[in-house]
Design a protein around this ligand. Structure first.
Ligand SMILES: [Ca+2]
Length: 151
């Protein structure tokens, strides 16, 4: 799963007074990586005129991941959920080339609470010298801490 998004009329200058929104929603076991390949918006100190706002989650309950303008975009933005919303706004003056970005799905890394492991009682044997030895067949705990979800 992947796709490309770009500003209106790219690579020609984008129009004024624009408000565009892209919502990428993937199955829950995926996360979204957004990579900007080209980025040129009107620059302003706090990106209040023209900007790209990348948000985690749906438009109704978003969390900001980054707001970009000018020539300086963070080149890669990763979502924390399976939904990413990208907003592009331009004001009434000054336009630039705009942006082009590529997004693709990545499998989520899910932290699973490890289920309790019943300790095995080490079996013992008596060797030739009469000493006890463990057979050391315990599962290492860390193997259950991280599960890579695959589908
Ligand atoms: Ca502008």
């Amino acid at each position: 799963m992947s796709g490309v998004m770009q500003s209106s009329r790219y690579p020609e200058n984008y129009p004024v007074d624009l408000l565009c929104q892209w919502v990428i929603q993937l199955p829950p076991q995926y996360r979204i990586r957004l990579e900007f390949m080209d980025f040129e918006l009107e620059a302003s100190t706090s990106c209040q005129y023209d900007f790209v706002l990348v948000m985690d989650g749906s438009p109704s309950s978003p969390t900001a991941l980054g707001k970009f303008c000018g020539n300086s975009s963070k080149s890669v933005v990763d979502s924390r959920t399976n939904v990413m919303t990208v907003l592009f706004k331009s004001d009434e003056t000054k336009t630039k080339r705009g942006f082009q970005a590529y997004w693709y799905a990545q499998p989520a890394i899910i932290n699973v609470t490890p289920s309790p492991i019943t300790p095995k009682v080490p079996s013992t044997e008596i060797n030739g010298t009469g000493e006890y030895q463990n057979d050391n067949k315990f599962l290492p705990n860390f193997l259950t801490d991280i599960v890579y979800s695959q589908n």
